[in-house]
Design a protein around this ligand. Structure first.
Ligand SMILES: [Zn+2]
Length: 188
């Protein structure tokens, strides 16, 4: 059985047996918190467990590297929606050690693209259109600096209301240990 069929078959049973009942909650976060973290597979269950966070407790936004790369991109928009529409009063950015985005080299990614059939012609065309794929695919060198950078982008955003603490943490993807890099309560 292929993956999608497997998922759909499991899902039918899940719903029939009403296994959703224990997850019933609302769209408003009980802990009034929005978290931005990485899509890393090791954090899927570990991160909420390590923070004592359950279904309904927080709004959770994920991307590669827990990065805010653009002040008016979808991550920043999601954070603002969480604050203005969904009762999140605090923001938490959580990077992690051994992140796939740490030390990611754009030329290696571009090489894989070429191996998968993306032509130099396409890359050139994007370049001529003003899209710098190399810059766009670049990772970061140090996770603490990267978290600080994202925290600053959020904190200084012209549309973030005053008095919203923006914290920065780094999590160990094996033990779940959290290291604080930015305490958002300071200076608000
Ligand atoms: Zn990561």
């Amino acid at each position: 059985m292929r993956l999608l069929d497997e998922i759909l078959e499991y899902n039918q049973q899940f719903v029939e047996e009403k296994r959703y009942e224990e997850y019933t909650t609302t769209k408003f976060p009980n802990k009034r918190l929005v978290i931005l973290t990485c899509m890393d597979t090791r954090l899927l269950e570990l991160l909420p467990k390590a923070m004592n966070v359950s279904n309904g407790d927080v709004k959770l936004i994920k991307n590669a590297g827990a990065l805010v790369t653009h002040p008016f991109g979808s991550i920043m928009r999601s954070l603002l929606v969480a604050v203005y529409q969904l009762q999140a009063d605090e923001v938490l950015v959580i990077g992690h050690y051994d992140c796939g985005m740490s030390g990611m080299k754009a030329d290696v990614v571009i090489e894989s693209m070429k191996e998968r059939g993306i032509t130099q012609e396409t890359l050139d065309m994007l370049n001529y259109s003003g899209i710098n794929v190399s810059e766009w695919m670049h990772g970061f060198d140090n996770v603490s600096d990267s978290v600080k950078h994202s925290v600053n982008m959020i904190k200084k955003h012209p549309l973030l209301p005053k008095g919203v603490p923006v914290h920065g943490l780094v999590i160990d993807p094996e033990t779940g240990r959290l290291d604080a890099v930015e305490n958002g309560y300071e200076g608000i």
